[in-house]
Design a protein around this ligand. Sequence first.
Ligand SMILES: NC(=O)c1ccc[n+]([C@@H]2O[C@H](COP(=O)([O-])OP(=O)(O)OC[C@H]3O[C@@H](n4cnc5c(N)ncnc54)[C@H](O)[C@@H]3O)[C@@H](O)[C@H]2O)c1
Length: 337
Amino acid sequence: MLFAVRNPHLGIQPQRVYAPIWSTFYERWKLNGRSMPILQDIGSCAVVHVRFLWGSSSLVKLTLETSCGNKKEASTHMKVNLDHQVALVTGAARGIGKAIAEALAANGARVVFADVDFAGAQEAASGQPNSVAKLMDVTNASQVEAVVGEVVDQLGGLEILVNNAGINTQHHRVTIEEFPVEEWNRILEVDLTGLYLVSRASAKAMLARGSGRIINIASVAGLVPLRLQSAFVAAKAGVVNLTKSMALELGPRGVLVNAIAPGSILTDGTKKLFYGEDGLFAEKVQQMLAHVPLGRPGTPEEVAHAVLFLAAPESSYINGHVLVVDGGWTAGYMREF
Ligand SMILES: NC(=O)c1ccc[n+]([C@@H]2O[C@H](COP(=O)([O-])OP(=O)(O)OC[C@H]3O[C@@H](n4cnc5c(N)ncnc54)[C@H](O)[C@@H]3O)[C@@H](O)[C@H]2O)c1
């Protein structure tokens, strides 16, 4: 639903924007203690044009043009220098992967949006600087090898791999004795075997140059198991240990391998499943959020910022680490004893 809002600080005509998104942006700005410097710089000039660049779930860039001919830009994205680096992000058509790919592109990387949903990947990559889309099913070993080969040939190398593609079960929230074998295999194949296949192909390209970063998107469920998701928790625990094993094997040869363990993140998919009005698990999610010290889900951009940190050239002594991005969910118990 669109609302017309007027920002008292801008003194411009009402803009039609998503009010909740605007307020998230504005609140975040205030939280960052920056108090919108972009607005202070305008002086007595009138704002004649405002442009909003939307990320997956929130506003990432605000551009103002003034009557004095100035153009001011402000971004909520973290800044690191990834100029000229080639990054491959799996599962980049939507959700967390899309936000990660956008953040890498916004920081100078040449980004490959890879997904089994090619049309979605193309749409996500379009409009992003220096970005291309590739069809890649992470479970298809020969396709994975071919796509990584194409990336190296066409873009001149591969410096950053983000293994983000992942699935979970929606309809089989059942205990282990009921858990269908087909569902177990389907989830393990994408979440764990797929990650192995893309890492395997990419590591060869990175080792040939003696440098690279592999960042695996695990889950807090890989650290602290949940009930009724046996395949997902097993796969993600596998990702955590595989990350460490790869760090031992590849680190000495210049390829640093780390993981990120997100907690509950608000995407279009989880909105339908958990947070939306007809969220399948809405009630359970309220119980879960009561256990999260920050009391809210994270945004895809908040996961993307953790990726930027691990991908940054300055993060050169971090290898085999699992960075939890969960609002404190796994820090301990919120309830009083
Ligand atoms: N959303 C959360 O709350 C949350 C929490 C913890 C971990 N994660 C992890 O983050 C990652 C992204 O999650 P999301 O919520 O954005 O998911 P999503 O379902 O919104 O997006 C997943 C993307 O992966 C793609 N994909 C699925 N199977 C694929 C395959 N075989 N090959 C290539 N691409 C494939 C899909 O097409 C989709 O674009 C996953 O690994 C997930 O387990 C998510």
